[in-house]
Design a binder for this molecule. Structure first.
Ligand code: AMP
Ligand code: ZN
Ligand code: FE
Ligand code: FE
Length: 273
């Protein structure tokens, strides 16, 4: 099965509505597409409906942003049930994202770059990419990349650190909701070094295939994941056209058995509940 299991929509910082993303997945010949917005399930219902219409299997998911020390680790959750507890966690994360974005706007205003909250055009989970686009839209910077470089990157003058969800707590939240917890892009920000500890915390899979992993790293993550009995996944992390993240849908794919294995793992967890 040709599956891209990591994408973003307008429910977080992607530029495509869920329907558009799924339509493009069908046009690109994908058999399955995972929809994994940051800290939000808001795009899933529309994506699943569009998947039925387009004949593409939509794998529902979420990407939880976590902090470890000064670094950041992302945990993917596939087939989560929208339990009250998971919803409460996502609401907390959304609230803290909004407070953080407002603080970033305050800092930018103090730097002589006032922006209206409305100019962020965030349909769902608001993040730095929305602020970057607004800075570019107002002409304060040439493009979003410059906004990150000069203001929004770690330690930058308008950078505001995020809330502290630990990766282990994210794994627990995904599993408690009957979902399958997968370490996203282990090759980014040194996330791989936390693998052993996260497996102990209940991690079930590893995203070996990602556009930011060179081929040799993909092979290494694949081999290590199999040694640990993990599900091997992969995806493009596509954020859509016009996004500062330029990954194209289908640019990285999951191994053929990934979707079946994720489904089986999710069913197993749900039976035990
Ligand atoms: P946030 O979750 O609000 O901290 O924003 C993180 C998101 O910003 C990441 O998922 C990327 O999509 C994007 N991002 C982070 N660093 C950069 C960068 N240097 N240039 C462009 N986009 C970035
Ligand atoms: Zn993103
Ligand atoms: Fe990520
Ligand atoms: Fe992502």
């Amino acid at each position: 099965m040709t599956a891209d299991l990591h994408t973003h929509t307008t429910a977080s910082d992607g530029t495509m509505a869920p329907e558009e993303l799924v339509g493009r997945a069908a046009a690109a010949g994908l058999q399955a597409v995972g929809v994994t917005d940051h800290d939000s399930l808001a795009g899933l219902a529309a994506a699943i409906a569009a998947g039925f219409a387009a004949g593409v299997e939509v794998v529902p998911g979420v990407e939880l942003s976590c902090a470890v020390g000064r670094g950041e680790v992302h945990i993917l959750g596939y087939y989560p049930r929208p339990t009250p507890r998971l919803r409460r966690l996502l609401e907390e994360l959304a609230g803290s994202r909004e407070r953080r974005a407002r603080e970033m706007l305050d800092r930018l205003a103090a730097l002589g770059m006032p922006l209206e909250w409305e100019s962020l055009r965030a349909a769902g989970s608001v993040g730095r990419p929305h602020v970057a686009q607004a800075l570019a839209g107002a002409g304060y910077v040439a493009d979003a990349a410059e906004a990150f470089r000069r203001y929004l990157g770690r330690g930058g003058p308008a950078w505001v650190p995020r809330y502290k969800l630990t990766p282990a707590a994210a794994v627990a939240a995904v599993r408690e909701a009957g979902g399958v917890a997968v370490l996203a892009h282990p090759g980014v920000d040194g996330a791989f070094r936390h693998l052993g500890q996260l497996v102990e915390a209940g991690l079930q899979g590893i995203e070996a295939y990602h556009p930011r992993h060179p081929p040799r790293r993909c092979a290494e993550f694949d081999r290590r994941g199999r040694e640990l009995g993990l599900i091997i996944t992969g995806g493009s992390d596509c954020h859509g056209p016009g996004s500062p993240e330029a990954f194209v849908l289908g640019q990285a794919l999951a191994p053929p058995e990934a979707v079946e294995r994720l489904q089986a793992a999710a069913d197993d967890d749900k039976e035990g509940m």
